[in-house]
Each structure stands twice: as C-alpha cells, then as structure tokens.
Design a protein around this ligand. Sequence first.
Ligand code: G4P
Length: 290
Amino acid sequence: MVIQWYPGHMAKAKRQVTEQLKKVDVVFELVDARIPYSSRNPMIDEVIQQKPRVIILNKKDMANLKELEKWQSYFSAQGNFPVTVDAKHGKGLKQVEQAAIQATEDKFAKEREKGLKPRAIRAMIVGIPNVGKSTLINKLANRAIAKTGNTPGVTKQQQWIKIGKSLQLLDTPGILWPKFEDQLVGKKLSITGAIKDSIVHLDEVAIYGLEFLKQHDYEGLKKHYNIEVAIDAENLEWFDAIGRRRGLLQRGNEVDYEAVIELIINEIRNAKIGTYTFDVFKEIERDYFE
Ligand code: G4P
C-alpha cells in the first residue's frame, strides 16, 4: 500500500507515536541495513528524545556486512544500542532482547534502588514504511500478529506481546514518514523498495543503481549479466548490453529500455546481483554529518 504523506498527516503520526512512547522503556528504531542513514525518519531524534534506543538494522541478508560494522560503531558511539537482523529468515532475533536489557540497565537499576518490583521491559518498534516492522513483530512473537500493510502513526487497539523472558513489545509499530527532500536519498529509498511508487523517475533510479554497482562491484555486475562493457562506457551502452543479453527487445530488434530499467531495479532491489549497503558510511559521514 502506498502512503501519501502530507504535513497534517505527518504531524498526526508524530503525535500518535509520541503518545505511545510514553508507555515504553525502550524504542526499537528499525532501519534498512542497506540504507542505515537514508531509511531513518528525518525527525527521529526529536520524536524519541532521550529514551533508550535500540537501532535494529534489518534485512542484513541483503546488505554489506563490513559496512554494517561501521554503522554499528557509529550508532554505539551515539549512545544507542545497534543490532543487525534478518527478520524475514528469523536471524539475529535473540540479540534484540539482549540489547533491550542493556539499553535499560540504568533505568531498572534506579527502579531497584527505589525498591520497585522487577517487571518486564516494555518496547515498541518505530520506523518508516517497508523497513520490515510487521515482519519483525511477527517473527519475534512467533506468530502472525502485525498485518503487513501500513497505517501511518499507530493503530488504536494495541496489545503487549511477550518476548523471551524479559520483554514486552507493543503489537503495532509506530509508522513515520521517510526523508523527502534529498534526491539521492529518494533514489536509495526507491532502489531498496522503501518507496515503490515513483516520486523519483525510474530511469534515474536504475542509473543510480547501475552507477553504484559499477563503482562498487564492477566485476560482479558484468558477471551477473554475462556482458563485457567498459566501466566508463555510457549508461546507454550498458542498457543495450543488458537488454540484448536478456532478450528484452521490441519490434525491429530495438532494446526495450523500459523493460531493462525495470529489470535492473528489481534485481538490485531483491539482491539478485549482490548484497550492498548503498549508504557507504564514509560517504554519508562526509556529506551529511558535521
Ligand atoms: P513494514 O511493516 O515496515 O512496512 O514492512 P514489512 O514487514 O511489510 O516488510 C516489507 C518487505 O520487506 C516485505 O517484503 C518483507 O518480506 C521484507 N522483509 C522484511 N524483513 C526482511 C529481511 O530481514 N530480509 C529480507 N530479505 N526481506 C525482509 P514484500 O516484498 O513486501 O512482501 P513478501 O515478498 O515478503 O510477501
């Protein structure tokens, strides 16, 4: 389902999530491990404020693990508790409870000092659409609870799901809007499938993907399509080679560029060519962090 975000709509989502946050001890901020910067809500710090935060880098099965180590170091240095998971295949889920325990250690130590009874840690998941919130909730709960589908903000009737020995998770995630302003971020959101409609032109998305692969996995790219094209050749030459190799032709033996664009986007989006993290830490640090 495609969500259209409007200012009023965004304010409402923020208000709802802020309200729900009052009920929890720790926030699970879910991001896509392929774009750990670009898949964050632009106001996330303002929304979460000082609450302990576990940053869950999901879809690690499709990401570059070396890059993820750098992102984890960065998030740790910011005082957060990062973990990498693959919710779809149920990998790394045990770390989530562990991280929640670590993130709330101080808070519960204080409660103990005050003589309060031990209790479960309460958590909720927050993130932009399509990062895998419902998939993760269902896997953690070991059953189908969260509907895959999107309602901005949070839906009304909520329940706590017991996870492991010490955790209770709200069964409905907080849904916040993605970054809109930055063209490059838009292309990354599109190539990873966070945004499926075309706020960015698909030819630009395909070209972005092709350029990224040429730069980061030239050999893998050529091997995948079984083509030999110079790294500095025009994009059209690449499209032609891929189209001809895959038989994506129109009448008159012309390459069907629309089909090639669709193919490239789908194959990158589904990690058919390789596993990449498009938010290369060094580049993001240089371009976005002070
Ligand atoms: P949301 O609640 O945050 O909006 O996301 P949702 O769980 O609906 O997941 C969005 C898509 O991402 C789903 O694919 C889901 O299967 C996929 N996904 C979630 N976690 C992971 C993961 O760790 N690894 C991989 N590879 N994929 C993941 P879909 O194409 O929309 O549906 P389907 O193909 O699973 O039916």
